[in-house]
Design a protein around this ligand. Structure first.
Ligand SMILES: Nc1ncnc2c1ncn2[C@@H]1O[C@H](COP(=O)(O)OP(=O)(O)OP(=O)(O)O)[C@@H](O)[C@H]1O
Length: 223
């Protein structure tokens, strides 16, 4: 088994003027390359915080983390940026679309930031495949403010996976979707997993979806 994630968090502390909370106490996570993991747990348990740590968006915690075989505390800024853009696909609750751009340009944004050797590689094919699979062709020329919540959620999802990342982090990717679109997203995710051995970590409150992953991790709220 090749490990893609080896994370050991002693604790993550959020401090504000009056309160301090400590979450993810002695939390350990090992994930094999190509695994599909669901993370469930009550509100406030730390699911989104955990995804932020896994995705290298938050490095302010006590613990140790090896990702793609490299200790993350030794990563340089440009390497971090490259991993976040190309190796990790984010479908996060706060991944806002840029309102001044069309849905098509929003989805293609990761190509703009790609390193020179990756620029244009598979761009047209990948874009077409994703757009067809989640049926968003009709909104490509629209701006985000002209789209419904569910359409925006699908666009955020498309942007997160367009670079065919090795690791996809999805925070409630199906929360605002009807059954049909929910199924399209899950099918696309799982097909990517099958075809490219993409590792998938999904935070969800939907136990039916959670149980379709290889492993379900229950996060407990800290006492
Ligand atoms: N930036 C922040 N500053 C202070 N506290 C925070 C911050 N972000 C999260 N928290 C707190 O940390 C705890 C975990 O939050 P988190 O969003 O990770 O939980 P969650 O399990 O994803 O919840 P939900 O299911 O409601 O999205 C909560 O008590 C939350 O209030």
């Amino acid at each position: 088994m090749t490990k893609i994630i080896d994370l050991s968090v002693k604790e993550k502390i959020y401090k504000s003027k009056k309160v301090q909370i400590s979450i993810l106490n002695d939390f350990r996570l090992e994930v094999a390359t190509g695994e599909k993991i669901a993370i469930v747990g009550e509100s406030g348990a730390g699911k989104s915080s955990l995804l932020n740590i896994i995705g290298l968006l938050d490095r302010n915690y006590f613990g140790e983390y090896t990702l793609f075989g490299s200790p993350t505390d030794q990563l340089h800024t440009n390497q971090l940026a490259q991993w976040r853009n190309q190796r990790i696909g984010f479908v996060l609750q706060e991944s806002a679309l840029i309102n001044s751009l069309t849905i098509e340009d929003n989805i293609k944004l990761p190509f703009l930031y790609a390193s020179p050797d990756k620029k244009g590689v598979g761009e047209i094919e990948d874009f077409d495949t994703v757009v067809s699979a989640i049926e968003i062709r009709h909104i490509l020329k629209k701006k985000p403010l002209e789209c419904s919540g569910g359409e925006k959620a699908r666009a955020v999802f498309a942007r997160g996976i367009i670079m065919k990342p090795q690791l996809i982090l999805a925070d409630e990717p199906t929360a605002s979707l009807d059954v049909e679109n929910r199924e399209r997203i899950v099918t696309l995710l799982f097909n990517m997993n099958k075809e490219f051995n993409t590792t998938i970590i999904t935070v969800t409150h939907d136990l039916e979806i959670a149980n379709r992953h290889d492993r379900v991790i229950h996060l407990e709220r800290s006492k």
